[in-house]
Design a protein. Structure first.
Lengths: 123, 123
């Protein structure tokens, strides 16, 4: 079934020109999925660092710098900067969800090691 | 100002470990923006092809195949397949918006060339 994952598997009636463009889109999507996987591996590490340092999951100053940078990069690349900003917000929502999970798990671990009933250091 | 675009420009008080992880995230984001720009260049071509061939902007069969493939790729890459599916839907919404714009522009161009008041071939 590996072939099915890597090929566009388009029905025979799809015109050649459309099939060609879709093959490129499918390759780009595979690259996007792998980059996103790596990005979340990295932001999960950030979540652990933040929880250890008692930093909040969300960081509005950092997000503001990211938005400005991505909008500028988008304009250079010919991507709608409004879409680039929406895209970053979409990703950051998922990251914050992961960070809250990490902080929650670490607080639970802390509570288990502490006196029963006591509030853990990161709870 | 080019340096400001390519560097993470983090405040001095950000711990080194966090600064390092953020530099990687910023590089991944630059790659994502450029891949997205290229993906939309490609889907805009698809929009023109579809409008010429009188195909509808949305193609549920294609989208179903894309979802199945991206979920499988996400699982291989260690990315949450539910997120991968949400991501594709997020991108496809933007693509459909572009395709509707293209179809609209082409219908307008057609109407301008036809008898005033007549309905164009792709209207």
């Amino acid at each position: 079934m590996t072939e099915g994952i890597h090929r566009s598997n388009e029905p025979a009636e799809v015109p050649g020109e459309l099939r060609e463009a879709r093959a490129t889109i499918d390759n780009i999507d595979a690259a996007l999925v792998h980059l996103l996987a790596e990005r979340f591996r990295c932001t999960k590490k950030v979540g652990v660092i933040k929880a250890h340092l008692n930093l909040p999951p969300s960081d509005p100053g950092r997000e503001e710098r990211q938005v400005a940078r991505l909008r500028a990069l988008a304009e250079e690349a010919g991507l709608d900067p409004v879409f680039a900003e929406k895209f970053l917000k979409f990703i950051v929502e998922e990251v914050i969800r992961h960070h809250e999970d990490i902080a929650g798990t670490m607080a639970e671990d802390g509570a288990q090691q502490a006196v029963p009933g006591a509030v853990g250091p990161r709870a």
